[in-house]
Design a protein around this ligand. Structure first.
Ligand SMILES: Cc1cc2nc3c(=O)[nH]c(=O)nc-3n(C[C@H](O)[C@H](O)[C@H](O)COP(=O)(O)OP(=O)(O)OC[C@H]3O[C@@H](n4cnc5c(N)ncnc54)[C@H](O)[C@@H]3O)c2cc1C
Length: 477
């Protein structure tokens, strides 16, 4: 290793690989890249590199490996657990794939699309649409998050119920290893049982094992019929029953089943421009139901009507509307997707991105609410999310009039209360967003020693110099 080299000279050598026009060194330019989306983490760095090719990424990693320089991959910088944020040591160099944003190939017959790791998710969706195909990953951040980040966090979003998360949407990868070696695993095969699944190691690794520079993604036929309904309900228990009914009636056509509380509707109608309460009277809970059919538009209409009729008959649905236009469908989804933002004007918000087995959601909601309110009377629980995936964003807004800093100072204490209930139910403390810095220490506490040991061994095998996004996901003992 070349540790004797002076730092400025090393930064110059790294910069020379991409060219001076493709680096950020000015503190003002770097500033937005040093902070995580919610402001939970702020790091330090003197250099951001924007390579233009896989070969340039490989040259950067080789030099970093030889000199022991920590590298932090960052693509859209929309991650929510501080994985893409440099540490505060000031030693980390940020590697941004924003210039590597090409769609390399689209094949509507084989139903595959090959993209650079820095391709923006919305551009991938549009490229699929241009050949009458669907790339189903859809997130609130889709205009700025990029495929490398989506894969590295194994992103979920609104259509997991029907299409799965990013792991299910990827056939092959191109990865630059921490040593600078390039693995071309851009295979387009649905069936490939040849040895260990290396692809799946990099998906969800949050940039700790290598840099994803390209990916083969799966495309699907575009749905012909689409219906969105919004139903007022009494409880999460009724929502679960309605979900069972919807699964029976719609099967694979059920694309989304989202649960929302009344307080979430209050927050969005109060703070998000253009959002209106879709129903004339308030209800304690709501379900947003999304149905997509591939045969005809009529099938979707028949399904949604029959589901709501049966829901009324069973006493589960109290009131409901069916979106009458694409604009109304978008308005209903916009309300759901604005639920996090709508909490911001209400003061501090302590968040949890948890999952439990779907059938345990009602019990989890009840038990968690009781425990949180005991610990913090007046806390305003705005728990919403992808009921169909068992994934709840268990967000808690501060009590009215409480001191924001004091409230947020209890983040870890409240997390521990909620996570204990989640784990007891056989759930996960990170359903969608990953581990990053936020949950790294908790991961080591909740996973068994042998599971942690296997992760340490994998990390050491891929990253012997310890330069690949160090301090994220696992902290080597
Ligand atoms: C409004 C909003 C809504 C969101 N909704 C959802 C949601 O519904 N579901 C969901 O799952 N997430 C959601 N997220 C979280 C976030 O958008 C996703 O995790 C997204 O996939 C991150 O992509 P990115 O390009 O921004 O990655 P970044 O934030 O840049 O990076 C995320 C992680 O991946 C690593 N990484 C990035 N690029 C690479 C690469 N090329 N190779 C190796 N490692 C890399 C980084 O080091 C970091 O650890 C949301 C975020 C926001 C702000």
């Amino acid at each position: 290793m070349d540790h004797a080299q002076s730092k400025p000279e090393l930064l110059d050598r790294l910069a020379a690989i991409v060219g001076d026009n493709h680096v950020l060194r000015d503190p003002a330019d770097l500033a937005p890249r040093l902070v995580e989306n919610r402001g939970l983490y702020r790091g330090r760095s003197s250099l951001l590199l924007k390579p233009g090719s896989t070969e340039e990424v490989a040259a950067i990693m080789k030099l970093a490996s030889d000199t022991g320089t920590p590298i932090v991959p960052q693509t859209g910088n929309t991650g929510l657990v501080g994985g893409q944020t440099p540490r505060d040591t000031g030693q980390d160099v940020i590697l941004s794939l924003e210039r590597m944003n090409r769609i390399r190939e689209v094949d509507p017959v084989a139903n595959v699309l090959v993209a650079d790791g820095g391709a923006i998710l919305a551009d991938v969706q549009k490229a699929a649409e241009a050949v009458n195909r669907l790339f189903p990953l859809s997130l609130g951040s889709e205009g700025s998050c990029r495929i490398g980040g989506n894969l590295s966090t194994n992103a979920g979003g609104t259509a997991v119920l029907a299409y799965g998360n990013m792991r299910h949407l990827c056939l092959g990868l191109e990865v630059v290893l921490p040593t600078g070696e390039i693995w071309n695993g851009l295979r387009k095969l649905k069936k490939d049982n040849t040895g260990y699944d290396l692809r799946d190691l990099f998906i969800g690794a949050e940039g700790t094992l290598g840099v994803i520079t390209g990916a083969v993604l799966k495309l699907f036929p575009r749905p012909v019929g689409h219906q969105v309904a919004f139903a007022g309900l009494r409880s999460p228990h009724d929502a679960l029953q309605l979900f069972g009914l919807a699964s029976d009636l719609c099967g694979g056509a059920l694309t989304g089943f989202e649960l929302m509380p009344r307080i979430g509707i209050d927050f969005t109608t109060r703070h998000i421009a253009g959002v209106r309460d879709p129903l004339p009277t308030p209800h304690p809970w709501y379900a947003l139901i999304d149905i997509s059919t591939s045969d005809s538009a009529e099938t979707a209409q028949v399904m949604v009507q029959s589901l709501l009729e049966k829901g009324f008959e069973a006493g589960l649905v109290q009131d409901a509307v069916i979106a009458a236009s694409v604009a109304q469908e978008q308005a209903l989804w916009h309300m759901r997707e604005s639920m996090s933002d709508a909490q911001k004007p209400e003061g501090g918000s302590i968040k949890h991105d948890v999952s439990v087995p779907v059938s345990k959601i009602p019990d989890f909601m009840e038990e968690a609410a009781k425990a949180v309110l005991e610990a913090m009377p007046g806390a305003r629980i705005c728990a919403f999310g992808h009921l169909g995936d068992g994934n709840i964003h268990y967000n808690i807004s501060q009590p009215v009039g409480a001191d924001k800093a004091e409230f947020l100072g209890r983040w870890r204490e409240i997390n521990a209360i909620v996570h204990a209930i989640v784990l007891k139910a056989g759930g996960s403390i990170s359903a969608e967003h990953g581990i990053g810095q936020l949950k790294r220490d908790e991961l080591a506490q909740i996973r068994s020693p042998i599971e942690m040991e296997m992760m340490y061994r994998i990390k050491r095998a891929f990253d012997p110099a310890g330069i690949m996004n160090p301090g994220k996901v696992v902290s080597l003992p």
